[in-house]
Write a protein of this length. Sequence first.
Length: 526
Amino acid sequence: TMLHLYKRLTIEIPESAMLILFGFILGGMIWGADKAQTFALQPRTFFFFLLPQIILDAGYFMPNKLFFSNMGAILIFAIIGTVWNAVAVGLSLYGVYLGGAMGNLDIDILQFMLFGSLLSAVDPVAVLAVFEEVHVNEVLFILVFGESLLNDGVTVVLYNVCDAFVSLGADKINAAEIIKGIVSFLVVAFGGSLIGVVFAILLSLLTRCTKNLQIIEPGFIFVVSYLSYLTAEMLSLSSILAITFCGVCCQKYVNANMAESSVTTVKYAMKVLANGSETIIFVFLGISAIDPNIWVWNTGFILLTVLFVLVYRIIGVFVLTWMLNRYRLIPIEIIDQVIMSYGGLRGGVAYGLAVLLDQAKIKEKNLMLCTTLIVVYFTVILQGVTMKPLVTWLKVKRSSKSELCLIEKLQNRAFDHILVAIEDISGQIGHNYMREKWNKFEERFIRPLLMKTSARKSQDQLFNVFHQLNLKDAISYVAEVSVSVLASGLDMVPGADIASQASTRCPTRKLPLVTCQSHRGYNTRH
């Protein structure tokens, strides 16, 4: 009964919101026992032990074709959208503060910009937890999730730049310092991505040489990926982008190089670690609320922050989408834009950056921390709970989980080649043309370097189709024979399986079941 009740609750309330509510209860129990908040999510624990495995899981299992096909839109939302949200929220709060709507606060314009930058973090953990339960269509999911994944790295870089400006002081900031900040932003973001690609190549090379070390193959994935995160952090580059691109770029080659048992081990171990980290983060977000020391209330500041976060998210999504739709072959519909605007959930990253604020430099740290928690609760709980009814009411296109049959895969492949041919004939270089060129470059230069010879042969498309047809035919033959065996009352030999018994009924009589398919033109064993 309790399990049934739990399933009913998760249908109506996202798991992330339930975990925060559970954190409220647990925090109240702790406070009732000790009259003090003895548990807190420290930034070091969050950024070095919990966040990396969540980001690695998201990057490693990213649908690469969908991700890179929409890479331009994702980058625009992640970079331009993040900067827009940070600047717009920070300047709007500063303007309202000058108008006297917040009372007497000790905050200057640079601190408002710093606060706006940490609130621009659309959290991938919260987005993944909510959107996976809603099952929106693939393009909408990859746009929101891809944006939230890259947005975290961009937000941390922007936060560090703004924090450096706060430390420098408003009177010392000039045009040269602003240019340095912009250059630093680009170097840190793209440098972290490059570190991730380098470690992805290293990881692919390692798994290429582990034929006799299959028992430790899964360990390489976690160790090398985490090293990319630590290396980027050590070099003051974006560690989040480093581990993201490490997972995205190594996925194809590592899975092909490793044994099937190792691939399965990595899949389930990574999911367990990521889900465990997500649970800890959301529970601690709830526990953090039961601490009277951080609650500094300012109605104008808090309500206007929530309002500006929502309004500027909507403006940014609609304006950027309007620009993108002028060049996209399939435009993003208005309904999808509404869901993208509504899906800008904040979570652990915003809270972790708020905790990192220096009390000595920012006198109103507790007010900012309190406001950040309220924004997180508002977006994850209220928007998360209402997301599914909104998707249903707007009749948003859902994703289909059915497995494609061979004719559908063939048609999709044919359409890809047709689109490439049309782009080539018309003289327009689109993403289909570039993808085809990249595939040829990869097949000629990258696969021989990063992929085992046996793995390259097994990825041949004709061989894969032939293997699927042959295996499907063998399975159907086993099913047919098993039915005939049961119908005829054939006496089964103890300890023998249906396949071995059915081989006696095979037309060739003397051949095993799967090789008796040779009368249909097959000549391989399975």
